[in-house]
Design a protein around this ligand. Structure first.
Ligand code: SF4
Length: 353
């Protein structure tokens, strides 16, 4: 049996695990699953205690995307039966945000389909972000608008956005298998731009797209290079009408192993259980709370999630507590490592070069 406790001890010391060590987690047996969860819970508890951060998605613009990401119901040519609309009005966005915050979310994620925002889109969103920050002090705003162009991250930051999400989704080696209209490097570049502008970087992956265990380790290690503050782990929702329809490759046990691998690679980083948790983890969702410290509340971008009330009950029944707005997510140990940039581009001070 893999010595999970030794891996957890290493993670507790924030020592990076090797490729083989993470692979050993992913290839471990169902018989050893509870030992794995117990070991990773030690790490989760040390850095995040029993807190669960709730995040709430608002899809500002749904469907009609010109990109061809195979996993996405909003992609070019998708015939998935999803709601499609162009940008929500500011009052509609604020109303949706208020619902999520009222239900307990301490971060709202403003998402728009498309390759990336125009400058006009960014300008239009600015006042909405400002208003959300006024309406809900302490609630974090994360923008997720696709590939960023020069200066857009800085303008989002200046409007009050706290974070930017752009997922790597899979390993660099496999990226061309899941998308041909943009590259892995494009995605890395956007996360770097967000980070450089002082936005908290959020980037994660999607499992269940036919990748190998080794691909998952590669994806996690590529994410580690970006030093994100939060890592959403999505499980493929194989929408009818997309190229990955019918790809039901995951078991609840495999999902837990993937989450455990993410926790051990990112011991002191927010690991967020994201889309697909209900349909893939099913009855094992409460067990996953012993590994991750963050989930999405309510519905996803184009599919319905578990009832928000059921999520809150699940958290309570499993012995966890919801993190309040304004409460810090990252542990003190990690905050020491994060220095928000206040020099170089976008400031009056010279760059560090
Ligand atoms: S993931 Fe984003 S860029 Fe890709 S098809 Fe979906 S909405 Fe478009």
């Amino acid at each position: 049996m893999v010595k999970f406790d030794a891996l957890a001890d290493k993670a507790l010391r924030r020592e990076p695990l090797t490729h083989d060590e993470v692979l050993s987690v992913l290839t471990s047996s169902d018989d050893d699953l509870l030992e794995l969860v117990a070991a990773t819970f030690r790490v989760r508890r040390h850095f995040f205690e029993r807190q669960v951060k709730l995040n709430y998605l608002v899809n500002l613009k749904s469907g009609l995307c010109p990109e061809d990401c195979t996993y996405c119901s909003q992609r070019l040519g998708s015939s998935a039966d999803i709601v499609k609309y162009t940008w929500l009005r500011p009052d509609q966005t604020r109303e949706a945000v208020s619902c999520g915050v009222k239900a307990g979310a301490s971060r709202v994620c403003l998402v728009a389909s498309g390759r990336g925002p125009t400058d006009r889109d960014v300008d239009r969103l600015g006042p909405t972000i400002e208003q959300i920050k006024t309406d809900h002090p302490g609630v974090e705003v994360c923008a997720c608008l696709g590939l960023l162009s020069d200066g857009q991250a800085e303008r989002l930051r200046d409007s009050g956005a706290d974070a930017y999400n752009h997922n790597l989704n899979t390993s660099g080696e496999r990226y061309a298998d899941i998308c041909t209209t943009h590259t892995f490097d494009d995605r890395v570049d956007t996360v770097e731009q967000a980070k450089h502008a002082g936005l908290s970087p959020c980037s994660g992956l999607i499992a269940g797209m036919g990748e190998s265990d080794s691909d998952i380790v590669d994806a996690l290690f590529a994410l580690r290079e970006l030093d994100p503050d939060s890592v959403p782990v999505n499980f493929l929702i194989p929408f009818e009408g997309t190229p990955l329809a019918g790809q039901w490759n995951l078991t609840p046990q495999r999902c837990l192993r993937i989450l455990a691998a993410a926790r051990l690679v990112f011991p002191d980083v927010e690991v967020r259980l994201a889309a697909g948790r209900e349909i893939h983890l099913r009855g094992l969702q409460p067990l996953a709370l012993h590994v991750v410290n963050s989930i999405f509340l309510g519905d996803y971008l184009t599919s319905e999630g578990q009832e928000g009330k059921a999520d809150l009950e699940m958290i309570r029944d499993a012995g966890f507590v919801v993190q309040g707005a304004g409460e810090q997510t990252l542990p003190e140990e990690r905050l020491d490592l994060v220095k928000t940039r206040h020099r170089g581009a976008g400031t009056d001070l010279p760059p560090n070069a």
